[in-house]
Design a protein around this ligand. Structure first.
Ligand code: UGA
Length: 433
């Protein structure tokens, strides 16, 4: 099929590249010239396992091309995905300007029947508005249909998730469009749920808010575990064995970050309010998440008797999760800022996010190129992202390099028993301190 994707962020780029790999002719469009030039040369712009190989292969096979031209994008495709960003504005509401703007532009170049699919995460009612905007700006009588098709892929496993989805949600009212989109997804062999447009939009918000709520829930239980001497890992395991609960998204830590959960939980609360609905559970989810980082910082602060001025901390991991270079809303930002505010020195290492970290802290912290280098003469090691390579660390070496053998593990990558038996002072999340 001839498809196009507008917006080459995580969702747009992965969608475009994967559909090309499934044999479609794909045009990816973005207003960022530099990005388009890089992508045309096979440089994936974002760090995402498997993406570069797929991009290069499909460029070589001429199944994918990149452009900044909206005209070419709309005229040369029958199915058009909108995958532009909806970042939160100053009130926490999703900023929809990019979507409305894209809708206006699409209207100008419609030259035959088009199916316009919204893949961006948007508040309920957005597809209706996109329909209206296009209708009002159409320059001819061509027909078009609107579909809502939310994406559930995760950063760090985006290509795999796209190719192996748990479900595909297609929200629409026109049978001809629904059938066409179903056909497009046929090779993926996943259950397809057909809904109305509004339900599809809400499925995405509700799924992200529910997953975020599970994280805040287990983090709240973790605090309770610390107060009582119970072990949150065992509690989560025991809960997860109940088939009605399941084991996923019950890892206690320093809270959720990234470009989705913080934005979408806030987006759900603010949009619901407009409809007169109070989402108090999701509100608490956000509050618990905000506190989680501060509580972790306080463990460090209290350990050093509230005096961090002459202390140096080595940090493992900056990205909001492993296998990505993304630092948007990463809990590491607030934790490091709190340390700096108290006058501490900070040395960091992350396998992928150093370049993005430099944009945030510039000269304020020291960047190193290895996980052992950050330990050298540090007063403590702080773990903020659970990259696999940290799990295999040579702990004897870490012990020898640190000035004092103290580890604050924000992701529970090491067992307390093991670490304490090796002579470390070890603080995790939701375990006996
Ligand atoms: C999330 C959803 O999982 C995807 O389904 C969705 O498509 C995506 O948002 C989106 O809306 O685009 P993502 O933000 O890439 O994906 O990452 P997750 O793996 O969900 O992790 C989010 C945050 O939760 C991370 O900071 C992670 O460390 C944290 N987390 C996750 C925990 O603290 N504990 C857990 O048990 C799981």
């Amino acid at each position: 099929m001839k498809i196009s994707v507008i917006g080459t962020g995580y969702v747009g780029l992965v969608t475009g590249v994967c559909f090309a790999d499934l044999g479609n002719d794909v045009i990816c469009m973005d207003i960022d010239k530099e990005k388009i030039e890089k992508l045309s040369k096979g440089i994936p712009v974002i760090y995402e396992p498997g993406l570069e190989e797929l991009l290069k292969r499909n460029l070589k096979e001429k199944r994918i091309k990149f452009t900044t031209s909206m005209k070419e994008t709309v005229e040369d495709s029958e199915i058009i995905f909108i995958a532009v960003g909806t970042p939160p504005d100053e009130n926490g509401e999703p900023d929809m300007r990019a979507i409305w703007n894209v809708a206006k532009q699409i209207a100008q170049y419609i030259n035959g029947h088009k199916i316009i699919i919204n893949k961006s995460t948007v508040p309920v009612g957005s597809a209706e508005r996109v329909y209206k905007i296009i209708k009002e700006n159409l320059t001819n009588n061509h027909e078009f249909d609107i579909i809502s098709n939310p994406e559930f892929l995760r950063e760090g496993s985006a290509v795999y998730d796209f190719m192996n989805p748990d479900r595909i949600v297609i929200g629409g009212s026109e049978e001809r469009a629904i059938e066409k989109v179903k056909e497009l997804y046929q090779p993926l062999d996943a259950p397809i749920l057909i809904t109305d447009v509004k339900s599809a939009e809400l499925i995405k918000y509700a799924s992200n808010a529910y997953l975020a709520t599970r994280i805040s829930f287990i983090n709240e239980i973790a605090t309770f575990c610390e107060a009582t001497g119970a072990d949150v890992e065992l509690v989560a395991k025991g809960m997860g064995l109940d088939k009605r609960i399941g084991p996923h998204f019950l890892n206690a830590g320093i809270g959720f970050g990234g470009s989705c959960f913080p934005k979408d939980t806030l987006g759900l609360v603010t949009t619901a309010k407009k409809f007169g609905v109070e989402c108090s559970i999701v509100k608490s989810t956000i509050e618990v998440n905000n506190q989680q980082r501060i509580k972790f910082f306080e463990k460090i602060y209290n350990y050093f008797n509230k005096e961090l001025k002459d202390k140096t901390f080595g940090i493992w991991g900056l990205a909001f999760k492993p296998d990505t270079d993304d630092m948007r809303e990463s809990p590491s930002i607030e934790i490091i800022n709190l340390l700096l505010e108290k006058g501490a020195k900070v040395k960091v290492f992350d396998p992928a996010a150093i370049e993005n970290a430099k944009k945030i802290w510039k000269e304020k912290i020291e960047y190193t190129s290895g996980m052992y280098e950050v330990c050298e003469n540090s007063d403590a090691l702080i773990i903020l992202t659970e990259w696999n390579e940290f799990k295999q660390a040579d702990l004897k070496r870490v012990h020898n390099l640190l000035k004092t053998p103290v580890i604050f593990d924000g992701r529970n990558i090491f067992g307390a028993k093991k670490l304490r038996s090796k002579g470390f002072d070890y603080f995790g999340i939701g375990i006996k301190q």
